[in-house]
Design a protein around this ligand. Structure first.
Ligand code: ZN
Length: 309
């Protein structure tokens, strides 16, 4: 997941263009295949079998800096991607955002695909159900007017979702939805809370990026709590039943507003409980679990909660 390109004032959501070019080379060196939305839908919705791990680049927010600095590279190399567009700022011709003409160019290129990202890009979990529906409907009116169709894939603004928002997104006809929690997608994943790795200046350095290219899914049967919106259950009781033995797993969280290891207890070889000793203090609580697998790659499973106290 990318946001800004060469907007060096914003290191946590930015990647320098030269680093982006290097990352493309590293992906090619690792012999990983870039796929677009059509292939993603075949694999995840139609459950077509596939042999090797693949990569889909996702870009959120449609900043002008994407169009200026990354689009020429992707167009030149014909690398597919999905661009998630919130429509309010685009409608308002905000100077930091792409224009509808630029978005249409990508839509018609068949290289990039436009994804849904709401109208307002506000904190949707703070909205009433009716207002969430209105917000997404407004974005759909814009997509229809400007592009002639509505997107099939959604990205939750800030990666925040509740069970209610997931259901609304399903009811709008979306086939898949991405959060902002780290991890590698598997065909058993919940199709409305897909993980992806955020790439920014710190997380985009070569060593870290190469590490990410060597990650694998940790497929699971369920993870609790199912609702990622925490109300009176902070800290939550986290339980994950994996589809494999995870006895060497380690989990980390930002409980108490500080990243560090969290205590894990085993209910079975494939079933863990993460014991958080402190509440999540910031708006978003996250945990990540990793484990080295037999092929040398690192299995990764993560989730993000949103806290509404
Ligand atoms: Zn966004």
């Amino acid at each position: 997941m990318y946001h800004r390109f060469e907007e060096n004032k914003y290191p946590t959501t930015n990647i320098k263009t030269n680093d982006f070019k290097k990352q493309i080379e590293l992906i090619k060196d690792a012999k990983l295949e870039f796929i677009g939305v059509d292939q993603l839908l075949k694999i995840l919705v139609d459950k077509e079998p596939y042999a090797n791990k693949k990569i889909l680049l996702t870009i959120d927010d449609a900043f002008e800096s994407f169009y200026k600095n990354a689009w020429p590279i992707l167009k030149d190399k014909k690398i597919p991607f999905i661009l998630f567009v919130s429509t309010r700022e685009v409608n308002a011709k905000h100077p930091n955002y792409m224009t509808w003409d630029q978005i249409r160019e990508i839509h018609q290129s068949k290289i990039g695909t436009i994804g849904g990202h709401s109208f307002s890009h506000e904190y949707l979990v703070d909205f009433t159900k009716e207002d969430i529906i209105k917000d997404i409907q407004k974005s759909h009116d814009d997509y229809i007017k400007e592009l002639g169709s509505v997107p099939k894939i959604f990205s939750y603004p800030f990666g925040e979702y509740s069970n209610e928002i997931k259901k609304i997104v399903v009811d709008f006809g979306y086939k898949l939805a991405f959060g902002q929690h780290s991890g590698v997608i598997h065909q058993n994943e919940d199709m409305f809370e897909l993980p992806r790795f955020p790439i920014n200046e710190a997380y985009g350095k070569i060593d870290r990026f190469n590490f990410l290219l060597n990650t694998s899914p940790l497929p699971h049967k369920f993870n609790k709590p199912e609702d990622k919106l925490l109300t009176n259950n902070n800290p939550p009781n986290i339980e994950i039943e994996f589809l494999m033995n995870v006895k060497n797993i380690n989990c980390f969280s930002n409980e108490g507003d500080q990243w560090g290891p969290s205590e894990v207890t085993f209910l079975d070889d494939n079933w863990i409980r993460i014991i958080l000793k402190k509440k999540f203090e910031s708006r978003r609580g996250k945990f990540n679990c990793t484990m080295q697998l037999n092929d040398g790659s690192w299995g990764w499973f993560g989730r993000q909660f949103v806290i509404n106290n």
